[in-house]
Design a protein around this ligand. Structure first.
Ligand code: SAM
Length: 473
């Protein structure tokens, strides 16, 4: 029944295969010789399959867990360096016809404020985001064919790309909207989107159907096969994720890796990113109502194992996580984080007043400003990056993977990160952040291996002081 290349959800995410994987992990989780062999394989930096990774997830041995963390950190350094790409979500509309029991946008929720941004309001939101320094957005919307049809999403993308306020520009729009048709994915591709993101929520079919009792999202196969349709529509950067807390984390973890293996097997390119959201408190939603919440330690272990299992896939942590948790998982392989996020519709231009009827999707744990997040990252030794070059140079899908696999990141992504950080510092940073950042750029320029690239990067960074913007390798 299990067939990684099948286009049928229940065959590439076979429940039987996941159950057997969990049994296999239980049988082997204390077999240290076998665990060492799996770790040896992981050190080759070519990834692990869902069975091997599940054995490591089940392993409780403190020493082995430390080894996993050390390796995750080394792989992150090798493939991504110390760069952390910055983005912000932009909520367009919270009208929704689904019945997702964990999400306050569910149709039966009558006390959430329903809002849909007009194109004029989008201009205000994007201007506010540009004024913070953001260059990369993830647009979010509920599923509602009447209020949020694909034409509305496409028009909004066009508006977002067209806005230029002072030196601001949104250079990459990622899209997180409900599963749709190949035809609509083609339209999104033609509109120039970056990554198409769709969280599976849970890979467990029975639970999935209970958690999505009504609306189009109830259809497990349609939702699970969405990434195949997206790829058929020409989108080759797709972002996976599960909402941890809904189902047993070990089940979800195996399903997530099987999904990644399926995309690689069928389309020749794995997921561009994996997100690891956890259920949060929201209007109408109490996270303790879900029995499968995971501790911060398990969360960190999952992050580390994703990093060693799929080294070429970026990993995203949103502001659902606190500063403290983010600090714990950053060294384990995270490559992208959001900053200064608002999950309310219109919340950047007009922040909601506490106790007001909210339109927000969930509570944000990390409430710092973008300047504070950038400052904090640099003090921790990371390079905040506002780079969007790969996608704009056509390095998507397997072409991005090739860059990663050939370890060309230091000659390409590293200078781009420094250039875009310099833009941020000159245009938006506070004096203190600017000072830390300028020193960091000087130090980091030295790490570019190719002398020609190094010289060019240094010249460009100088040009930014003289008003030059949007240079990229
Ligand atoms: N409506 C689209 C869909 O169905 O995929 C767009 C995605 S929604 C705006 C973004 C994601 O937020 C969901 O996929 C879900 O995983 C997550 N989410 C929903 N409710 C949440 C909650 N209470 N806490 C944390 N994340 C939540």
């Amino acid at each position: 029944m299990y067939n990684v290349k099948s286009l049928k959800a229940e065959e590439f995410i076979s429940d039987k295969e996941i159950q057997e994987t969990l049994a296999y992990a239980d049988e082997n989780h204390q077999n240290m010789e076998f665990i060492d062999k799996i770790l040896e394989k992981a050190r080759l930096r070519k990834g692990l399959d869902h069975r091997e990774a599940s054995v490591l997830l089940a392993c409780q041995d403190e020493e082995k867990i430390k080894e996993i963390y050390t390796l995750a950190n080394q792989i992150k350094e090798d493939f991504y360096g110390s760069r952390i790409v910055m983005f912000a979500p932009l909520y367009l509309s919270n009208y929704c016809v689904n019945g997702c029991v964990y999400c306050p946008y569910h149709m039966k929720n009558k006390h959430i404020a329903r809002k849909k941004l007009t194109q004029e309001e989008i201009v205000k939101e994007v201007t506010a985001l540009q004024d913070m320094g953001h260059k990369r957005l993830a647009i979010e919307a509920g599923e509602d064919p009447v209020n949020n049809p694909i034409e509305y999403i496409l028009e909004s993308i066009k508006t977002i790309y067209s806005i230029q306020h002072k030196n601001g520009a949104i250079r990459r729009v990622n899209v997180n909207i409900a599963a749709t048709t190949v035809e609509n994915y083609r339209k999104l591709h033609d509109a120039g989107i970056g990554t198409y993101i769709l969280f599976q929520e849970t890979y467990h079919k029975e639970s999935y159907e209970k958690l999505h009792p009504t609306g189009p999202k109830h259809d497990y196969a349609y939702h699970t096969e969405a990434m195949d349709r997206a790829m058929e529509g020409g989108i080759d950067d797709v972002g996976l994720g599960v909402l941890f807390g809904l189902e047993m984390y070990r089940y979800e973890f195996a399903g997530l890796l099987m999904h990644a293996e399926h995309l690689e097997a069928v389309h020749g390119v794995g997921p561009h990113t994996i997100s690891v959201p956890r259920v949060k408190h929201a209007d109408d939603i109490d996270p303790s109502a879900f029995d499968n919440g995971i501790s911060d330690d398990i969360f960190a272990k999952i992050c580390a194992l994703i990093r060693i299992s799929v080294p070429y896939t970026g990993m995203i942590i949103s502001t659902r996580e606190s500063q403290q948790v983010r600090e714990k998982v950053l060294p384990l392989g995270v490559s992208q984080i959001s900053g200064a996020s608002r999950t309310s519709v219109g919340g950047y231009a007009e922040p909601e007043i506490p106790d007001e009827v909210t339109s927000a999707q969930f509570d944000v744990s990390d409430q710092r400003t973008l300047d504070e997040v950038v400052n904090w990252l640099m003090k921790l030794g990371y390079i905040p990056s506002f780079c969007t070059a790969c996608y704009r140079e056509g390095r998507t899908g397997d072409r991005f993977m090739a860059l990663c696999k050939n370890m060309q990141i230091l000659n390409c992504c590293h200078p781009n990160a420094l250039i875009t950080l310099k833009e941020y510092l000159v245009d938006y940073a506070s004096e203190e952040t600017k000072k830390i950042g300028m020193e960091l750029i000087e130090r980091e320029l030295e790490k570019i291996p190719n002398p020609k690239v190094k010289q060019r990067a240094a010249e460009t960074i100088g040009e930014i002081e003289r008003g030059h913007r949007d240079f990229r390798f």
